[in-house]
Design a protein around this ligand. Structure first.
Ligand code: ADP
Ligand code: ZN
Ligand code: ZN
Length: 737
């Protein structure tokens, strides 16, 4: 047995692990993450064990034995290395990839101190300045000054990330004597901020209280389970999180709070700042490696106690981690797209186990995986039923687009939705139009009867490819394109092609006088664009906001009383088994945007499939009803979470070689595991089959037992490593448990 050992945690050292022999006395004791003493040249130094292996990498004669174990996991680095080893085994990647994901990397640069932008001018002067900036349409500057007036001082990196602040803007504010940039050490608060919201003192509702108490009770058990909090938007999940965070801090422990990047708006972050002040650090994916390292260093040294951020914040090296919260637990961004393709939920649960910490998952529309585990008792389940202050959920109405076509209406807007928008314009209220276009939606449907072309083997939608073929991206089934509908014979069969831009045109054509905003990937490319559109809309400087899923997450618009879902089917017939779940989640979220203010809201959902359970349940915001239908379908077809699924994703420039390699992998798997309970599907082209002349294929495996799939993966990994034929391909594993 051999151990690969690194002598320091930095990028260069990681790529250069040294191999040592594990003495017999340490076998079975030595584990990844332990610190050991090793002979190194003429000296003795210490290093971290990162990998245990049977495979000598150099001449065995030259491998020296480990001298002794110095510590077995007392430091956070040790535990993070152990976590990386688990991720490597669980998701399949190299150890270096896993370590680089998990460990904060030192760089050859000096750490920067934390900076704050501080209001210098009097409130009167700053207020006048704000008015002037607004008049001149210096929007970013106005936003920053407005925030300064509200808060007194701002975390500089947050102001840059979320408000569009920057060095030019800061220089202008300093020149005009409005604000100045300070470093944390020298900072003293010179201006009393505006009377702050009484946020520490909110009284929890009895429902919220009993959730908090129930969760604390679960956590006091000997074997505390992860907790899942299901509560519709506006039910106060965030307040429950804060209460539990407070509890952890009072025990001297630290907290990680994961929020999907898109929901991590300035408003959200400020809520936490107001309650917890500078004990918070906020991460986002745009930070440079140096900035990330600075934040990680602050977490490790105890300068901050709460790390808020997207997926990667999960690895904050807190010395005494008490709690990991994952908000919007169902979001697909919690799964990494790079090797190791880990899921933050499972990884959080394993990290918590290593650290003796607790886990809380929250969502209005939990993932099937989480709810399945909650129902089975593996997680503890808590539910918030009502919206705060009895605010009602919007009344939702489903409009059948097939009938619109029959009535001769070929517009994107149904008659019902068009008149509802008209009504809002007259009353001076706002509307949101939501197009749930995500990724590649190339499904083929009949616009008259709603018939959708599906794979007869996998029950997922077929996707149209060039040359008119319809293809299944699970098993590779193919059939020629149809000219008429097999169900009703109508020639109105084809893909749904409208994008946000066409919708904007249609809406402005119909309502010439309306002020329209559009939010999608094209209009939010620059830093600050996203916040800019949100801020214009929330100030009611526009009547209609048109957009993709970006607009339905994490933002409150009290003026919105109408939400229109333009074509609910778009996500329903994406080519994978989670399309029903995604549709339910998106429509629930979209509908939940209406009626957040004083006036009640209305949601209008346009669809070709008014009877589909995902749509019916979403219109009623009935999670349980949706779950019952969906889990039945998953069980029937053995999709996760009722079975485990592994994918081998392979890429290569030579198509023939790629095909042959996939066939070899399939044959090898069948040879090492010849039982019928392992189901193989494919190989097939991936959803996007070719990018920049690199071909992509996929091979799926299904099994009831995750451990069996992992065993197959281990053998496949070795097989791939041992055969030079695979060297020209890039191969990754992907799991859904
Ligand atoms: P969620 O996170 O579930 O969407 P929030 O915590 O954001 O819900 O709560 C929604 C709104 O209701 C917020 O504006 C919040 O301040 C308010 N709210 C919820 N519970 C209370 C409470 N107990 N006291 C005062 N305001 C509350
Ligand atoms: Zn038809
Ligand atoms: Zn198929």
């Amino acid at each position: 047995m051999y151990a690969n050992i690194i002598v320091d945690i930095s990028s260069e050292k990681l790529d250069r692990a040294f191999q040592y022999e594990v003495p017999a006395s340490m076998e079975g004791v030595l584990r990844e993450g332990m610190v050991v003493t090793i002979p190194f040249g003429k000296r003795e130094i210490s290093g971290y064990v990162v990998e245990l292996t049977q495979q000598p990498e150099i001449d065995v004669q030259r491998i020296r034995p480990i001298k002794e174990i110095r510590s077995s996991g007392e430091t956070v680095e040790s535990r993070l290395i152990a976590l990386a080893a688990w991720m490597r085994r669980q998701y399949g990647s190299t150890m270096i990839q896993a370590l680089k994901t998990v460990l904060p990397m030192k760089e050859k640069m000096t750490a920067k101190s934390r900076k704050f932008l501080v209001l210098l001018a009097s409130r009167e002067k700053a207020g006048a300045y704000l008015k002037e900036m607004e008049k001149k349409k210096y929007r970013a500057r106005a936003r920053v000054v407005e925030a300064l007036l509200a808060e007194g001082k701002l975390d500089y990196s947050l102001a840059c990330q979320k408000l569009g602040c920057g060095s030019k803007l800061t220089a202008a504010l300093e020149k005009d004597g409005i604000a100045s940039l300070r470093e944390e050490e020298e900072y003293r608060n010179p201006v009393k901020p505006k009377e702050k919201e009484a946020c520490a003192a909110v009284e929890l509702t009895s429902e919220q209280k009993s959730a908090v108490q129930g969760i604390l009770k679960e956590w006091s058990q000997e074997k505390p389970r992860p907790c899942l909090l299901r509560g519709i938007t506006g039910s106060g999940k965030t307040l429950v999180y804060m209460e539990l965070m407070e509890e952890m801090l009072s025990q001297g422990k630290q907290v990680i709070l994961l929020i999907p990047e898109i929901s991590l708006t300035y408003q959200t972050v400020m809520r936490f700042y107001r309650r917890f002040g500078e004990r918070i650090s906020v991460m986002n994916s745009r930070l440079s490696q140096g900035e990330r390292y600075d934040q990680m260093r602050r977490a490790k040294s105890g300068q901050v106690q709460i790390m808020i951020g997207p997926r990667s914040a999960l690895f904050a090296p807190f010395p005494n981690l008490g709690l990991i919260i994952i908000d919007e637990e169902h979001e697909h961004t919690y799964k990494s797209e790079h090797s190791p393709r880990y899921h933050a939920r499972e990884t959080a649960i394993y990290r918590a186990e290593l650290e003796g910490a607790r886990v809380l998952l929250g969502s209005a529309t939990p993932s099937l995986e989480a709810y399945y585990r909650a129902v089975s008792g593996a997680y503890a389940l808590f539910i918030l039923e009502g919206r705060y202050a009895g605010r009602s959920l919007p009344a939702a109405e489903i409009v059948d687009l097939k009938k619109e076509l029959c009535a001769g209406n070929r517009s994107i807007l149904s008659r019902r939705l068009a008149s509802a928008i008209e009504e809002r314009l007259q009353k001076g209220e706002q509307s949101i139009l939501f197009l749930n276009r995500r990724g590649y939606a190339g499904f083929i449907a009949c616009r008259l009867c709603g018939y959708v072309m599906k794979c007869p083997h996998c029950d997922v939608s077929l996707t149209e490819h060039k040359g008119g073929r319809l293809v299944c991206h699970y098993c590779g089934y193919e059939t020629p394109k149809l000219l008429s509908c097999p169900q009703c014979g109508s020639p109105h069969i084809g893909g749904f092609k409208a994008g946000t831009q066409q919708i904007e045109e249609a809406v402005s054509h119909r309502f010439g006088e309306a002020r329209i905003l559009r939010m999608d990937y094209d209009t939010t490319r620059k830093k600050g664009d996203y916040e800019e559109i949100l801020s214009v809309f929330s100030k009611r400087e526009a009547d209609i906001l048109i957009g993709t899923q970006m607009i339905v997450k994490g933002h409150d618009f009290p003026g919105v009383t109408l939400v229109g879902v333009l074509a609910a089917d778009l996500s329903l017939y994406a080519e994978d088994y989670q399309s029903g779940e995604r549709t339910f989640q998106l429509i629930c979220q979209a509908a939940g945007r209406a009626g957040r203010g004083e006036r009640p809201g209305e949601a209008i959902i346009q669809t070709y499939h008014p009877e589909h359970y995902s749509i019916v349940a979403a219109a009623r915001q009935d999670y349980e009803a949706f779950y019952r239908e969906e889990i039945t379908y998953r069980k029937l077809l053995r999709y996760p979470p009722t079975a485990c699924m592994m994918a081998i994703l392979a890429q290569g420039e030579e198509q023939e070689l790629l095909k042959t390699a996939m066939e070899y992998l399939k044959r090898f798997a069948l040879r090492i595991y010849p039982h019928p309970d392992l189901q193989l599907i494919g190989p097939a082209d991936q959803a996007v089959g070719k990018v920049n002349d690199v071909y992509r294929m996929v091979l799926y495996f299904k099994h009831q037992d995750a451990a069996k799939l992992l065993a197959v993966k281990d053998k496949l990994e070795k097989y791939i490593q041992a055969n030079t034929g695979f060297k020209k391909l890039y191969i990754q594993f992907d799991f859904d448990f």
